[in-house]
Design a protein around this ligand. Structure first.
Ligand SMILES: Nc1ncnc2c1ncn2[C@@H]1O[C@H](COP(=O)(O)OP(=O)(O)O)[C@@H](O)[C@H]1O
Ligand SMILES: [Mg+2]
Length: 337
């Protein structure tokens, strides 16, 4: 069997939980366990040598979110995406968690914070991995469509924006063609893990992905926007001390990681071309940012207000111009299907 066939077989055997009722779940305790990581939505504990549990912060529709993460992680694994196997949904006291295979690999964020000299190699590898992921076509109905997810988030902004503004955001989503490409959905340094090869081993470090909750099907620009938004975009938007605290990398590191990533992902060294790509991502990143205003726990009321004021000044009036300007470039991205 090929790797893909073996994985499909394993996943078919495993429990497929589309919806779960809390009473059916195994109960575990995290007393005395070591916390090995934290994300926006979760705290992660090491359960034993081979497994971890991702304990979710309470939120509306939590069980739907956990079931979706399990389903997407299964489907991504079956597709051959280098990721941890999702195991079982469990109850932890009043809360819920999802068990995963433990990856003996620190995040790219932590690796570079400790060993900045590994940046060039790993920034290039992360762009190459994303190019490989974007060569994968997903089976029908294996993942949600990312454009639907954006449309749903935009609809959720109806109390903050005017109907005309909502229409403009939907026009921008419509300007991104549909594709059958695999999309990780949250491709940033905290979700990329680096498995180091033994010293003296000839093979290279390997990158693995976690946090498959936003995995979907669609146009590759959505993933590049994920990298852009939580990287260079922050440098353009926030002061350096906030960046160092929030990202754990200094401004220079973020800029140099982005330049390497961009040149590798888009396979160009041409300055004019790179500037146009940057302008396209800057414009479409504003769409992504607005779709996060209601769902990102780190976004405060004040940030939300300021983002909307700013968008009214310089983004909404420009949306149709952006769409016209970048149309051809977006259509040419990835393989047309
Ligand atoms: N399978 C795993 N093996 C080892 N560490 C993990 C694993 N999954 C998550 N982690 C650790 O937990 C952190 C948060 O996990 P993540 O799935 O990204 O949560 P969130 O959805 O809240 O962002 C990661 O940055 C990583 O350090
Ligand atoms: Mg994460």
């Amino acid at each position: 069997m090929t790797l893909k066939e073996t994985r499909e077989h394993e996943v078919a055997k495993s429990d497929r939980l589309d919806t779960v009722t809390a009473v059916q779940l195994k109960e575990i305790s995290i007393d005395g366990l070591t916390c090995i990581g934290k994300g926006q939505n979760s705290v992660v504990y090491r359960l034993d040598q081979d497994t971890i549990v991702k304990l979710y912060k309470p939120c509306p529709q939590l069980m739907r979110q956990i079931s979706m993460e399990k389903r997407n992680a299964d489907a991504a694994y079956a597709l051959g995406v280098p990721t941890a196997r999702a195991l079982e949904i469990v109850r932890v006291g009043e809360n819920y968690g999802l068990m995963f295979e433990y990856l003996e690999a620190p995040s790219l964020r932590n690796v570079i914070a400790k060993e900045p000299n590994r940046l060039p190699d790993l920034a290039i590898k992360s762009a190459e991995l994303l190019r490989r992921l974007h060569s994968l076509n997903v089976p029908k109905d294996a993942f949600p469509k990312i454009s639907d997810c954006y449309r749903e988030r935009v609809a959720g902004l109806a109390d903050l924006l005017t109907p005309a503004e909502i229409n403009l955001l939907n026009e921008m989503i419509d300007s991104i063609p549909e594709r059958k490409t695999y999309i990780h959905g949250d491709y940033h340094r905290g979700n990329i893990m680096v498995r180091r090869k033994e010293p003296g081993h000839s093979a290279e470090d390997e990158l693995l992905l976690i946090d498959m909750s936003d995995s979907s099907m669609g146009h590759p620009i959505y993933d590049v926007l994920g990298t852009y938004m939580l990287g260079i975009n922050l440098v353009k938007t926030f002061p350096p001390d906030f960046i160092a605290k929030f990202i754990g990398w200094d401004t220079e590191t973020i800029v140099s990681a982005w330049n390497l990533f961009k040149r590798t992902y888009f396979q160009t060294e041409d300055k004019g071309e790179l500037a146009e790509i940057e302008a396209m991502l800057e414009a479409y990143c504003q769409l992504r940012w607005l779709t996060f205003l209601k769902i990102a726990p780190a976004v405060t009321e004040d940030m939300r207000k300021k983002s909307i004021e700013e968008a009214r000044k310089s983004f909404f009036p420009m949306i149709r111009t952006h769409i016209e300007r970048f149309k051809g470039r977006i259509e040419a991205m990835g393989c047309v299907q």
